[in-house]
Ligand binder design. Structure first.
Ligand code: AMP
Ligand code: ZN
Length: 471
């Protein structure tokens, strides 16, 4: 499989450290509010990556954190803790907020068929691990104490900006909300590993540490949680593109300084879901959630298809019109699958051929739009319906669009509708009219049609014979 690696700025053949277990880490949500559908684009594409690896035969262990402390309003360590802001907004405790929005996040993931990672770890679970890493960084000379906080000293690094091919705009996103100068920092990019002093003294969650009572910085949690569950090396680290700087840049700085060797080989970044005003975010524009899409009548699978139809390294523009197009495409797809009969033999040779294009698409830097096209190729292919259904079931292990279950539901609905409109007496009259027409007894045929019309029934002549409907 070829994947674009943000670290080397090119597509590379994916070679795990140990093919018997791919180690994958993904940055989890900050649970101070609902996830918006932009956040969920990132989780959908990460889910597709994990499922593709499994589909291609790699066992995967995937770990994700839940940020319930330390993520300040600005990713550059300034402003108030987002969790505290959320708690104040809702007159609840930070832990109540964390529980509520963690559950809401996984409920959204379930609706979108996003598999739960093998390990999910809240940041507040790992305080001893952070203290150990911060102490080691201080002991090794990579960190310093200033004004009560512990900072990572970026001047100790040969190279700090490791993802330096990103757009200026992407780099700026990290420091978007109200940048305030922190005069304790020796260098502009130094970042906080452990806070004991912040402008906001009412931080709800604090722990004892060798440097005073305080709380961890945001970046340290991902390094420690990853190492706790996946050890000293990582195959793939994933996240949204706005996490590349400063979050992932800082993760690499502290992890490799702590370990004394390279940490993660492949960095997978999902580009943004944008609106007319730019990047979708919680602080501006309409706050679009999965529940809101459902309230407006969209199946969450429509949003998943919408995301799959574009490449993860392109910005995706959300509009209701675009979503309507995805909804129409999904309905059409399901109707076509519903029309397949589960009869005939599965032709294994034909099935392998159908899979070739699908696998090729995944291998080409996770080209999900071509993978979706491969699905249309299945429907057009010259092979038995049983073979087509087998291919669709196979592809849906990765696409997770509920293809067969949705088609099954549609078939059931169609059968129920047919049942509801069945009426043996009317059927008999329609059949009698057909016979009369055959016998060229047009007067009788017209009489029957008029009788049915008087009863609110319209006859429709089709190439398959006469049908009727209530008007
Ligand atoms: P957060 O809960 O703010 O920590 O963000 C969770 C994930 O969503 C991170 O991986 C972000 O990079 C990602 N993300 C944030 N905004 C967007 C967006 N508009 N489109 C795609 N991903 C996003
Ligand atoms: Zn992270």
């Amino acid at each position: 499989m070829y994947l674009y690696n943000s670290l080397t700025h090119k597509k590379e053949l994916f070679v795990p450290n140990d093919p018997s277990l791919v180690k994958m880490y993904t940055c989890g949500p900050t649970v101070y509010h609902y996830a918006h559908i932009g956040n969920l684009r990132t989780y959908i594409m990460e889910d597709v990556l994990e499922k593709s690896l499994r589909y291609l035969g790699y066992p995967v262990k995937r770990v994700m954190n839940i940020t319930d402390v330390g993520h300040l309003a600005s990713d550059a360590d300034t402003g108030e803790d987002k969790m505290l802001k959320g708690a104040r907004r809702e007159h609840k405790t930070v832990m109540e907020i964390a529980k509520y929005y963690t559950d809401a996040f996984f409920a959204d993931c379930d609706k979108l068929n996003i598999k739960r990672p093998d390990v999910v770890e809240p940041a507040t679970n790992c305080i001893p691990e952070y203290i150990h890493m911060v102490q080691t960084l201080l002991d090794k000379g990579f960190a310093y104490l200033a004004g009560g906080n512990v900072y990572f000293d970026t001047s100790t690094l040969k190279q700090y900006y490791v993802f330096n091919d990103h757009d200026e705009e992407d780099l700026e996103v990290g420091v978007r909300e109200g940048v305030e100068e922190d005069t304790n920092k020796k260098n502009k990019n130094d970042f906080v590993l452990w806070f004991t002093k912040s402008k906001f003294e009412d931080q709800a969650l604090k722990w004892e540490s060798p440097w005073g009572v305080g709380y961890p910085g945001w970046h340290i949690e991902c390094s420690c949680i990853s190492m706790k569950h996946l050890g000293e090396t990582l195959d793939i680290h994933a996240g949204g593109i706005d996490n590349a700087f400063p979050h992932h840049t800082n993760e690499i700085a502290q992890s490799e300084s702590y370990l004394g060797h390279k940490w993660c080989n492949y960095w997978f970044h999902v580009h943004h879901l944008n609106t007319d005003h730019g990047k979708m975010s919680k602080s501006k524009g309409e706050f679009l959630t999965v529940s809101l899409l459902e309230q407006k009548g969209y199946d969450p699978m429509v949003y998943r298809l919408f995301c799959l139809q574009s490449h993860y390294r392109r910005n995706l523009v959300f509009s209701w019109e675009n979503l309507d197009n995805a909804a129409a495409a999904y309905d059409k797809l399901i109707a076509k699958i519903a029309a397949l009969k589960s009869e005939g033999e599965v032709d294994t040779e034909a099935l392998e051929k159908l899979k070739e294009r699908f696998v090729g698409a995944l291998n080409a830097d996770l080209n999900t739009s071509v993978a979706v096209t491969a699905l249309y190729d299945v429907l057009k292919a010259k092979c038995s319906d049983a073979t087509k259904l087998a291919a669709i079931a196979d592809f849906d292990q990765v696409l997770s669009l509920n293809l067969l279950s949705a088609a099954g539901k549609l078939r059931k609905k169609q059968a129920e509708e047919a049942q509801a409109s069945a009426d043996p007496e009317i059927d008999a009259l329609v059949a009698a009219r057909t016979e009369a027409k055959k016998a060229k007894n047009f007067a009788e045929a017209d009489r029957i049609r008029d009788e049915l019309k008087a009863r609110g029934i319209e006859i429709i002549d089709t190439p398959q014979g006469a049908k009727w409907r209530k008007v």
